[in-house]
Design a binder for this molecule. Sequence first.
Ligand code: PEP
Ligand code: CO
Length: 406
Amino acid sequence: MSRYPFPGAGHDPLIASMVAALPARQQPQWPEPSRLAPVHERLARESPLVSYTSVRELRGLLARAAEGEFCLIQAGDCVELTTECEPCDVERKVEMLDVLGDVMRTGSGLPVVRVGRMAGQFAKPRSDDWETVPGGRLPVFRGPVVNAPDACEEARTPDPSRVITGLEAARCAVTALDRLGRGEGAAPEERVWTSHEALLLDYELPQVRRHTDGGSYLASTHWPWIGERTRQADFAHVRLMTELDNPVACKVGPEATVDEVLDLCAVLDPHRTPGRLTLIARFGADRVAALAPLVRAVRQAGHPVLWMCDPMHGNTVKTPDGLKTRRLDTIMSEIRQCVDVLAENGERCAGLHLEASPDDICECEGAGRVPVRGPGYRSLCDPRLSLVQAVAAVAHWRLPVGAAAV
Ligand code: PEP
Ligand code: CO
């Protein structure tokens, strides 16, 4: 049953304007920025998608995960489509998280916190602003809250009305979770939490809310994360996270220096609070050794961060005909190494962050699948694991010997 609107949580314009004044990477070039003002106003007036209470609740669970009481599975689309947030879509995604959670619980003997890349994973960072197409170039697809994927100028032109469509789709998804008994008010072991990369500031900033209890939080999701391309400590995305009571996560890749990661920990977890900060390692199977000095430095600085493994984003390659893909054996190799490097340095790999779909897709290679252009290859961004492949990946994850006995 939906419990909206949540009381006592109006828009927090001070944080929004302070963050909006900072430099920000990966934002679209809106052709008519004046069309954004009414969009911001509408989003700021909307009731929150998630409650302050539930955000605090997840933070409490993650604190217990940091103590070794829980494992975590976080999975879903690379780019979530606003057209795939209907109850039937949400039901399939929840079933997938349940299957993956069960595999993880069987392997670890620990209860599992299930987190969807869903109900807001609509905006994508891209390595180039432009895509070369026959006869010229087009603005790149930045996710359905910005533009459309079709290869023509009109589709690729950023359209502010899409930001509203995103909010409506996210509302549809969280309402569907509630109706399944897996949302607001569900017991921790039943609950599916929402998460997404807090990337598009025009979507996120109007959804910063000040609760009457005194705290401010991002009401667009339970658990926002910062991507590898927007984790500059003095830029808008990190600064936004510093102001929020949500638990927050940050991706960390092989280019990250010890100083950068320590700076991030200092601003995102100033009080060294278990459950506040999760670092999601995404190094690539051939570069996991570079994780070790970061783990040691964070540990030495006394930050009780949760470490998770994203074995997807460092392992993207191309098929002979130019499709983006990932190999299941490489993904498994990164999982194995990540668990070991963390254990060797006194930490635990608390769980996995995967791009996976319950649909009958063929985007990653392995478990009998070889991706080719065609109906099985549907991702508009990164290649996702099929359910069978994702089960194999999760079955490969393990706690270091002895850790499950906590
Ligand atoms: C993602 O999770 O889809 C993503 C873009 O990740 P990263 O920031 O780690 O590259
Ligand atoms: Co991705």
